[in-house]
Design a protein around this ligand. Structure first.
Ligand code: SF4
Ligand code: SF4
Ligand code: FES
Length: 533
């Protein structure tokens, strides 16, 4: 691989890499505002300027300048190296680049920083970007000067509503144009542009339009300062109180990698941010996905109930036991869910096919929906592939409805509240629903047992491309909920069986080792229990 030198360090690069990109790959940040790895490089902020040394025999590229002679108080002609934007200049074999080690570069960064802050309002105490703002970070690293400008700063529009989700503050904007380029290059909707010139510049929405669609939140995410804020997160939390878990979006089968930001003091999720993954979502997420962090709190099942009445977990298990007493295994069905993790589905498959010895395995999830060619998948479930891999022949939910109608199935244990089809008629069977969220299946169920959401336990999901991705636990379980695989184990015990798993680690080992507990290990317990009732 070809290399160049940055401040004496050898940096490998791929042909076509800019200096900044190659450095970033090595974990070295060259300060920047306008450059973003997923967008084109306009090289307009000048924060990334570096000094490129001439090769032996080459004439140095320099600029004629006037320098203040402090003794005489006069400006005298001088020369300084002409700096070049690291975000635009391609890396070349043998190139020698100076960043931190160049006096001229350090001065340029300091001056660009001072220039960008000339008219900047003192908004940090009320700005949502505070704590993760590039202007703050770079002032500390490259600025640290006393403000020299004594004039009234230029005032510009504040709190301009760009659309249903985004608010713009022109005074905070550094005109990096990332938001414009994102809408044009990624969202394919060039609805933003810049108007006016010099320090009257501001970002504007195309006349007659508003900033809307499926990717508006990303404009806020790419904004390096507090100029764009989402109505959803605005004034809700201070980022230094938030903790982050590596998560996987549950909104569709793309399985975008995400950071789930939550406040452990209130056990509350506050936002989703994209987690870079070149192979899945690159640097992006869609609006629906970004807002789906709310599912950690909304529409939740947090206590057990039977016949519409809340009751303790133990009492609900007792109900399950009496419901299933004496039922023949061939009349029992298990309904897996493409919305739940592999581990949860594995546990239910184990209970259904190995412990109970039933052959009736169905799968459900949310129905298909909107799709596009950018990120959003038609399949609105995060783990359809994972369930297919676990039980290749799992039948769709409407087959269960037919089997219930024909009395071939009289009892069912179902994961999740979501249903891919209308479940009218399902009440004819005795359904036990193990669910984190309310839905058609919890409505039709005789007994509902509360499960934790994806945000409250670690789980593995297989996306539409077949990639296994694990989401970390962020929140503590809410109400009486427990991970679904644990609830399934408790149901198994209540039915008189001995589950072969009691820890997530054990399930993962079994899945890695082929997936199924040998039927012989559990068959006696299954047979014994079924006949005992
Ligand atoms: S609003 Fe943000 S992203 Fe857009 S130009 Fe201004 S600073 Fe850049
Ligand atoms: S594309 Fe799908 S997985 Fe990605 S953020 Fe949107 S809903 Fe979530
Ligand atoms: S990052 Fe290079 S000029 Fe803005």
């Amino acid at each position: 691989m070809p290399t160049f030198k940055l401040d004496g360090k050898t940096i490998p690069f791929e042909p076509g890499d800019s200096i900044i990109k190659a450095a970033e790959r090595q974990g070295i940040e060259i300060p920047h505002y306008c450059w973003h790895p997923g967008l084109s490089a306009p090289a307009n902020c000048r924060m990334c300027l570096v000094e490129i040394l001439p090769k032996p025999g080459q004439r140095p590229i320099s600029l004629d300048i006037l320098e203040l002679d402090k003794e005489s108080g006069e400006y005298k002609p001088a020369q300084k190296p002409k700096l070049q934007p690291a975000c635009y200049v391609p890396a070349a074999e043998g190139m020698e680049v100076l960043g931190d080690t160049s006096e001229s570069v350090r001065k340029a960064r300091h001056d660009v920083q001072e220039f960008l802050l000339l008219n900047h309002p003192v908004d940090c105490p009320i700005c949502d970007q505070s704590g993760e703002c590039k202007l703050q970070d770079y002032w500390l690293e490259h600025g640290r000067y006393q403000k020299r400008m004594r004039d009234e700063p230029v005032h510009k529009p504040k709190a301009v509503v760009f659309g249903p989700t985004i608010v713009y503050d022109a005074e905070r904007c550094v005109m990096c144009t990332r938001c414009i380029r994102f809408m044009e290059e990624v969202a394919k909707d060039p609805v933003l542009d810049m108007r006016e010139r010099g320090n009257l510049n501001e970002i504007a929405v195309a006349p007659g339009r508003q900033l809307e669609g499926h990717y508006t939140f990303m404009t806020e995410h790419v904004c390096p300062v507090g100029a764009l804020t989402t109505k959803d997160f605005r004034f809700k939390a201070r980022v230094w109180f938030l903790r982050t878990a590596s998560s996987v979006c549950q909104g569709c089968a793309t399985g975008c990698n995400a950071h789930l930001d939550y406040d452990p003091r209130y056990n509350k999720a506050y936002r989703y941010r994209p987690r870079d993954n070149e192979k899945v979502n690159k640097y992006w997420m869609c609006d629906e996905g970004m807002l789906s962090y709310k599912d950690a709190h909304e529409n939740r099942v947090v206590e057990a109930r039977a016949g519409g009445e809340a009751l303790s977990f133990a009492a609900a298990l007792e109900k399950v036991r009496s419901l299933f007493a004496g039922v023949a295994p061939q009349s029992v069905a298990v309904v897996l869910s493409a919305r739940y993790s592999i581990e949860d589905n594995w546990a239910l498959r184990e209970l259904g096919t190995v412990l109970l010895g039933s052959k009736n395995v169905y799968v459900t999830g949310r129905p298909d929906g909107y799709e596009d060619a950018i990120l959003i998948h038609r399949d609105k479930n995060p783990n359809t592939k994972g369930v297919q891999q676990l039980v290749p022949g799992a039948k769709p939910l409407n087959a269960l409805l037919d089997d219930v109608k024909a009395a071939r199935v009289t009892h069912a244990i179902a994961l999740g509240g979501a249903a891919s089809v209308d479940v009218e008629g399902l009440e004819a069977a005795k359904v036990v629903s193990i669910a984190a969220h309310e839905g058609p299946l919890t409505k039709a169920a005789a007994v509902v047992l509360p499960a934790t959401s994806w945000a409250e336990h670690s789980g593995t999901y297989v996306n539409a491309k077949g990639m296994r991705q694990t989401a970390e636990k962020a929140l503590e379980p809410q109400g009486a909920s427990q991970p679904a695989w644990k609830v399934v184990a408790e149901v198994a015990t209540a039915l008189g069986y001995e589950p072969s798993w009691s820890k997530l680690r054990e399930i993962r080992q079994k899945i890695a080792g082929g997936g199924t507990t040998p039927a012989t290990a559990a068959a006696p317990a299954a047979a014994g229990s079924a006949s005992a009732e």
